[in-house]
Design a protein around this ligand. Structure first.
Ligand SMILES: *[C@@H]1O[C@H](CO)[C@@H](O)[C@H](O)[C@H]1NC(C)=O
Ligand SMILES: *[C@@H]1O[C@H](CO)[C@@H](O)[C@H](O)[C@H]1NC(C)=O
Ligand SMILES: *[C@@H]1O[C@H](CO)[C@@H](O)[C@H](O)[C@H]1NC(C)=O
Length: 351
């Protein structure tokens, strides 16, 4: 009798624990699912964008038309530019620019080895600390005399001014390089496998290369409301539960027609939303352009070290000290042999 009772108790106990476990698993799943469902399905039309973000051309000029402090009007003068590549840099990031010039962003190398006409420019504002601004600016002018690849406007170069830097890129393309077949925007801490990118773009030209916006796509991403986050967006700035789809700002490519449409959108949309890739999504949405996912654009993710990577990878994020080593490895013909025919997984994480 006593034994039986204990056995029953133990049985019930196990049952209770199991039920609790199953319930908590369900709850965790539900919370995650809910998060997605809520954001994906509450906003199924972004028709409010034109109405809520529309401003007059005068107002938009005042948000975007900053004076050029360093410029190169004729950078794109030669005909048949395949790709205009803007690297979003900051005045103090000389080391990163040097690494890019010596590796994946080297125009001469690309011309010689890949036979492609690519123009690489660094987009900058002015140094954020006013005390050192003068000396940093003199350094930039010297740097530009040597390399001739900086484009700088007179706005303070900060994280919350990245949308101004986005406007700079599209405006510059419109004014000085509207014939380039593609525009790419990239962070200065990514690695670009230039041969793979060039082959990919040349392949696209065969298919017409229109209506194209590729990268790592964020779908139905909700605005971050935590005040301590770098990506915090207050309700007054964006009141809806999700953003239109957009590609991670770390690296994406648009075709010529899409670049022209985005520029048009920047002329009548309020650019005070300071997260640049989100604002890009807003512009694209207003013009009826949708982003396309490409698995070899890693977004914020870093591709793991593995020879196989070099076969297909296009961008990988989070590289500063190792850019030169990666480039050497990527250009090594032996590595190409090892890697052919093998699968690859990119590690990708969200912001
Ligand atoms: C952005 O740049 C403008 C123009 O230089 C400046 O007035 C403003 O303070 C900057 N904003 C931020 C958030 O840094
Ligand atoms: C642009 O949006 C901001 C809020 O994000 C608002 O404060 C500002 O008044 C708007 N500008 C115009 C011209 O409507
Ligand atoms: C928003 O306005 C622009 C310019 O007026 C127009 O070309 C575009 O089609 C509009 N987009 C939507 C979704 O209504």
């Amino acid at each position: 009798m006593f034994m039986n009772f204990r056995r029953i108790r133990r049985c019930q106990c196990v049952q209770l624990v199991m039920t609790g476990f199953v319930l908590s698993v369900l709850m965790v799943c539900w919370v995650q699912l809910d998060h997605h469902v809520e954001n994906r399905y509450l906003v199924n039309s972004y028709d409010f964008i034109n109405k809520s973000f529309g401003i007059s051309q005068q107002e938009s000029e005042s948000l975007s038309n900053f004076l050029y402090l360093i410029n190169h009007h004729d950078k794109c003068n030669s005909n048949e530019v395949l790709l205009l590549l803007f690297v979003k840099s900051s005045p103090e990031n000389l080391e990163r620019r040097q690494a890019i010039r010596a590796t994946w962003g080297n125009e001469n190398y690309i011309q010689r080895e890949l036979g492609a006409n690519v123009r690489v420019l660094f987009a900058l504002g002015v140094y954020s600390n006013p005390q050192q601004r003068g000396s940093v600016q003199r350094g930039l002018l010297r740097e530009d005399q040597v390399y001739g690849d900086l484009v700088q406007q007179d706005f303070v170069d900060t994280f919350h001014n990245l949308t101004i830097k986005l406007l700079l890129q599209f405006r510059w393309r419109h004014t000085y390089c509207s014939k380039a077949r593609f525009l790419m925007s990239a962070d200065d801490d990514i690695f670009v496998h230039m041969p793979n990118l060039v082959h990919y773009l040349q392949g696209l030209i065969q298919q017409g290369a229109r209506d194209l916006w590729v990268g790592h796509v964020h779908r139905g991403a909700p605005p971050i409301r935590q005040k301590d986050s770098k990506y915090h967006v207050p309700y007054e700035m964006y009141q809806w539960p999700s953003y239109p789809d957009y590609t991670a700002g770390a690296g994406y490519v648009v075709s010529r027609d899409v670049a022209a449409k985005i520029y048009q959108a920047t002329l009548f949309l309020n650019a005070s939303l300071y997260i640049d890739d989100v604002f890009m999504g807003i512009c694209a949405n207003a013009m009826g352009v949708s982003p396309q996912e490409h698995v070899y654009f890693s977004g914020e993710g870093k591709a793991p070290y593995h020879p196989c990577i070099y076969d297909k990878m296009i961008t990988s994020h989070g590289h500063v000290a190792d850019v030169r080593r990666l480039w050497k490895a990527a250009m090594d013909p032996q590595i190409h042999d090892i890697s052919s025919g093998q699968g690859l997984q990119l590690v990708s994480s969200s912001k």
